[in-house]
Design a protein around this ligand. Sequence first.
Ligand SMILES: C[S@@+](CC[C@H](N)C(=O)[O-])C[C@H]1O[C@@H](n2cnc3c(N)ncnc32)[C@H](O)[C@@H]1O
Length: 282
Amino acid sequence: MTSEGAAQAPDRLDDDAGSETPESPTFDTSVAHIARVYDYWLGGKDNYAADRAAGDAALQAYPDLASSVRVNRAFLARVVRYLTTAGIRQFLDIGTGIPTSNNTHEVAQSVAQDSRVVYVDNDPIVLSHARALLTSSPQGATDYIDADLRDTDRILAEAARTLDFTRPIAIMLIAILHLIGDEDDPAAIVARLLDAVPPGSYLAISHVASDIEPEKMAEMRERLNRMVSQKGTYRTQAEVSSFFSGLELVRPGVVRIQEWRPDAELEAKRPAAMWGGIGYKR
Ligand SMILES: C[S@@+](CC[C@H](N)C(=O)[O-])C[C@H]1O[C@@H](n2cnc3c(N)ncnc32)[C@H](O)[C@@H]1O
């Protein structure tokens, strides 16, 4: 599903469970899915009773979560602006989420209209909204791939329809790696993606922390893992930093996401329990 600059109307689902478009399979609304729970935390409308129940249980354990998800979206926008300003014109955004404001291509193309963005997610509800992600500027392009982060061969093969793998690419893993358990070897997944991109490319990560407000985060993780189909593995600053192995860390390194090049002093003080950073492949 590609868009070479063709603006299309956003595709909204009815609020009823199980709505379908020709592009979307039926999805199970009786079990919470992290894409819809995240949408609930962000104040979106694409969530169902099970998602809201899981979302509320997590908010009770960690009330600053409502701030944390917004701080994460602001981090994403700052990262994309940084990368585009640094000359990057190609983005591989894996774990896209349900479209919201400031999607990657919107931020990138507001700086450089010729930016090309490939989105990847494995949740049927995100697929059902994919058209909203394909509203590229005429000079750029967007594409959507329905795939699992663990299936790197498929992601790389399909992304090559839109991205030129001989030129630098920013790999965006924003709030997704904590949904990959250690049994799936997330470091090897990151390494396979990095092997496929040339020098001059970047890796951007944000990741839920296990060592910021550790008691609250442990309680939140336990509640979510009971109620949401995608299980979370929260990690320490050192564990998140290890995903950047072999890369040059862009200053200030792997830090609390609100402290990563904040636009304003107030922004740096907003609560969020996530680590984030950018690495450069020399
Ligand atoms: C917490 S949301 C983050 C959305 C967006 N990146 C952001 O930070 O605002 C995580 C997204 O990753 C997707 N996801 C989770 N596990 C995945 C996997 N194994 N492969 C592809 N997508 C996955 C979920 O469906 C969800 O849309």
